[in-house]
Design a protein around this ligand. Structure first.
Ligand code: ADP
Length: 259
């Protein structure tokens, strides 16, 4: 009888535990849903006044007399830059929200990876100058694949700006290679590198291997990049040693994602 009692107690305990687990699971699901909903509403709500602010700044520039414009052009330029920065943060949050609800959509077309990298390097020239990094681009020929031009550019810009940001003014090497099926983009820097324990989580949401105090950032760039690369049927990896630098490698099937 005593054994039965113990068994009954044990069963009651397990049942209570299971009920608790089911409830906890439902609550966690609900919390995740609320978080994603909040992210989506917040980023959309932020976008509207920003668009209007940008328009009003341009309008202001147009109706001002040349003399007044000359006096405030530095300030206006500064305001434009801050609006651009905010817009870029908001679009990052929108991307995270789209990923959370699987609403990230691809516009596939024929894209030349070599040209895309060259154009991004051109656009980021000032960023590299500021960082004091020399960039070598090793590529030999066009590498065309079925990709999403804007999303691919987002990945390239993320890897390049990270190399400049964490590259400590050391040389950066960018390579594009391909065979019939695969294209490979490599971005190598000789900067701060990444601690081994941070590597497994580096492509996660809000994951950072450095303190915000030293290097600003949301820790979302690599997360979004990985989601884009995987949506395109590819993969991304990193090889890094603290104090020696990092190499990020992106591999993409040229035929686009498998249906
Ligand atoms: P962010 O740079 O905005 O923090 P990312 O998602 O682009 O976010 O990168 C995540 C983290 O990975 C960074 O905070 C940094 O710790 C690390 N990291 C990324 N690229 C490099 C790099 N080239 N060298 C060293 N650390 C890097």
């Amino acid at each position: 009888a005593e054994a039965d009692l113990r068994l009954a107690e044990e069963l009651a305990h397990r049942a209570a535990f299971n009920v608790d687990n089911a409830r906890l699971y439902r609550e966690a699901q609900e919390a995740i849903r609320l978080r994603d909903e909040f992210l989506s509403i917040a980023s959309h709500e932020l976008k509207t006044p920003l668009t209007s602010l940008r328009l009003q700044l341009s309008l202001l520039e147009r109706i001002m007399s040349p003399e007044s414009l000359a006096r405030v052009s530095g300030k206006l330029g500064g305001a434009h830059r801050q609006v651009d920065r905010l817009a870029s943060l908001v679009s990052t949050l929108l991307d995270v929200s789209r990923i959370a609800t699987r609403r990230i959509s691809l516009e596939l077309s024929e894209v030349d990876l070599t040209l895309a990298v060259r154009e991004a390097l051109e656009r980021l020239r000032e960023v590299f100058v500021q960082a004091g990094c020399d960039v070598t681009f090793q590529s030999w020929e066009p590498v065309v694949g079925r990709w999403d031009a804007l999303r691919l550019d987002q990945v390239i810009v993320n890897l390049l700006t990270n190399a400049a940001k964490y590259g400590q003014g050391q040389p950066i090497t960018v390579t594009v290679e391909a065979d019939q099926e695969q294209a490979r983009l490599t971005v190598r820097d000789e900067g701060i590198g990444i601690a081994a324990e941070a590597l497994p989580r580096l492509f996660g949401r809000f994951e950072r291997a450095v303190s915000v105090r030293h290097y600003g950032g949301l820790g979302l760039g690599l997360y979004i990049s990985r989601q884009i690369i995987e949506a395109l049927g590819g993969r991304v990896s990193v090889d890094s040693r603290p104090g020696e630098g990092s190499t990020f490698t992106v591999e993409l099937p040229r035929g686009g994602p498998r249906p």
